[in-house]
Design a protein around this ligand. Structure first.
Ligand SMILES: O=C(O)/C=C/C(=O)CC(=O)CC(=O)O
Ligand SMILES: [Ca+2]
Ligand SMILES: [Mg+2]
Length: 374
């Protein structure tokens, strides 16, 4: 059994030698072609599987997602399997809107200590609502896309390529069914599945620009996502009860919904440097979705919201290099003997994750990877 056996079956979009984008699911080290399966009338999904992205399938809603998945499980052993080595993987869904939260207490506390040493600690609103910002949907890219080093104002009179290029290891939630004022109890009706996210961040650009409106050019140049969208059903064994919170959250943020027990790994040029624990996030994905829509703003099919940087209490659990190297002051040593504070051109970062499967044995969320170029 592998991390990608029948318990998992994440959805993606691939192309082979003809260059045509097709929907498939990953099984082991191969992709099963659902587009061909629907053309052969083995699965009936109203044409949703014969699309170049997952959006139509995602718009159908939970009962259809369950029916399609059940049929895929049933057919999987008989479907044609294309080796992953023979396909190119694409952005699996068209990103509608993108929002990014800030829901790790350890990350928020660390960043505050580093960026605001005069008044360190959580902002007064932090335990009352899931703080977030709206990001740039058009610059969300699939894993493997090269990441150009952004330039910008690094300080007064100082323009140039960022000298503090960083990563943020996050978990992303992909909205299928549109809605507004979504209750925490309706999370699974609206969210189709989960991806891994790297919210690349230029810390010097960010530190100079962010007051008073928050992140802008320091984070809008690229956000990478993993190619496989893991359906919520596959993660049934990973949901864990959310811990009690003080003060008690506002009514629309209760019941809190579940946390998710995902174990992330961050590798820097192949050296594992950190293991961020997602189960320790303060705000749950259900609370984030309720907050995102509580003002009446709708979410659409293809909306992506990211958890915020996943950092645990230990240094080796940091989801950003800002924290891991404490703003570059405590460099980490890589396996090739070199040391790093922030990213150098040519560096590759890979974020991967596993979750307990329905039977307790781990299954994979795949990986999101990117290499920095000039
Ligand atoms: O505290 C700040 O000023 C900013 C922090 C971030 O960069 C966080 C951000 O993008 C949200 C997150 O990923 O947790
Ligand atoms: Ca972020
Ligand atoms: Mg970003």
């Amino acid at each position: 059994m592998t991390l990608f056996d029948l318990r998992n079956l994440p959805y993606g979009v691939f192309s082979g030698t003809d260059g045509v984008r097709r929907i498939g699911v990953r099984l082991g080290d191969a992709v099963l072609d659902l587009s061909r399966a629907e053309s052969a009338e083995l699965i009936l999904a109203g044409g949703a599987l014969r699309q170049p992205s997952l959006n139509v399938l995602m718009s159908l809603g939970r009962p259809q997602w369950t029916a399609v998945r059940a049929r895929v499980v049933e057919l999987a052993p008989t479907l044609p399997a294309v080796p992953l080595t023979e396909v190119e993987l694409h952005l699996p869904f068209e990103v509608a809107d993108y929002a990014d939260f800030y829901s790790s207490e350890h990350h928020a506390t660390n960043v505050s200590r580093i960026l605001r040493p005069d008044r360190p600690g959580l902002q007064p609103n932090w335990r009352h609502l899931p703080v977030g910002y709206h990001g740039r949907a058009g610059t969300v890219v699939v894993s493997g896309t090269p990441i150009g080093r952004p330039a910008g104002q690094l300080g007064p009179g100082d323009f140039g390529p960022t000298r503090r290029l960083d990563v943020e290891a996050e978990v992303g939630f992909v909205v299928g069914l549109p809605g507004s004022r979504i209750r925490t109890t309706d999370f699974a009706e609206h969210v189709f599945g989960v991806v891994l996210v790297n919210d690349w961040s230029a810390r010097d650009i960010q530190a100079f620009e962010y007051l008073p409106l928050g992140p802008f050019l320091g984070k809008s140049f690229a956000t990478s996502v993993s190619p496989w969208v893991v359906p919520l059903e596959a993660l049934a064994g990973a949901f864990v009860p959310a811990a009690a919170r003080h003060p008690a959250p506002a009514g629309y943020l209760t019941p809190p919904g579940d946390g998710l027990n995902l174990s992330l790994t961050v590798e820097w040029n192949g050296t594992p440097v950190s293991s961020p624990p997602f189960a320790q996030m303060y705000w749950t994905p259900a609370q984030q979705l309720a907050h995102l829509t509580v003002n009446g703003a709708g979410v659409r099919t293809g909306d992506l919201y990211a958890s915020g940087t996943v950092s645990g209490p230990a240094r080796g659990e940091a989801g950003s290099f800002l924290e891991l190297t404490w703003n570059g002051s405590e460099p980490v040593k890589l396996d090739d003997g070199s040391t790093r504070g922030f990213l150098l051109d040519g560096d590759t970062v890979t974020i991967s994750a596993t979750a307990p499967g329905p039977d307790g044995r781990p299954l994979g969320l795949g990986a999101v990877s990117g290499t920095v170029c000039r």
